[in-house]
Write a protein that binds this ligand. Structure first.
Ligand code: FES
Length: 150
């Protein structure tokens, strides 16, 4: 079936099965490889993108749910020049180790700061708790988010 969605400001019409996971549309159909496959079961957060501004697990979101809506990936928050403030904070705090989960982490942090510009430690921990990191970079993630908070 033909399905239209907007990804990072670009409206696309795709011929695709409506139960295809949004993750595979993003990665394989649109070539946006910043969004990662981790567990494939909605558990780890590596595949986090924004759907109409809210974080979703793209591995367990059928593309039909994105029809007529706006999807933002890590590429969509990365400026043409330089880095998003959270990306810069990630660099400044040396957050990534293997780096695999970090785009999902940053998308979740971006959503947090969009609705709460000055989160406390507990709020940051709560907001980020669904994004798992096998390298255990959690304390650096909290420090990086705090550094961007107002
Ligand atoms: Fe989607 Fe783990 S890959 S939540």
């Amino acid at each position: 079936m033909a399905l239209t969605l907007t990804v990072n400001g670009h409206t696309r019409t795709l011929a695709i099965e409506d139960d295809t996971p949004l993750l595979w549309v993003i990665r394989d159909e649109l070539g946006l490889k910043g969004t990662k496959f981790g567990c494939g079961a909605g558990l780890c957060g590596a595949c986090t993108v924004h759907l109409d501004g809210a974080p979703v697990r793209s591995c367990s979101t059928p593309v039909s749910m994105a029809a007529g809506r706006s999807v933002t990936t890590i590429e969509g928050i990365t400026p043409a020049e330089g880095l998003h403030p959270l990306q810069q904070a990630w660099v400044d705090h040396g957050v990534p180790q293997c780096g695999y989960c970090q785009s999902g982490q940053i998308m979740t942090a971006a959503h947090l700061l969009a609705y709460n510009a000055s989160p406390g430690d507990d709020e940051i921990v709560a907001a980020m708790s669904g994004n798992l990191c096998r390298c255990g970079t959690y304390s650096k993630i909290i420090a990086a988010v705090k550094s961007v908070a107002a």
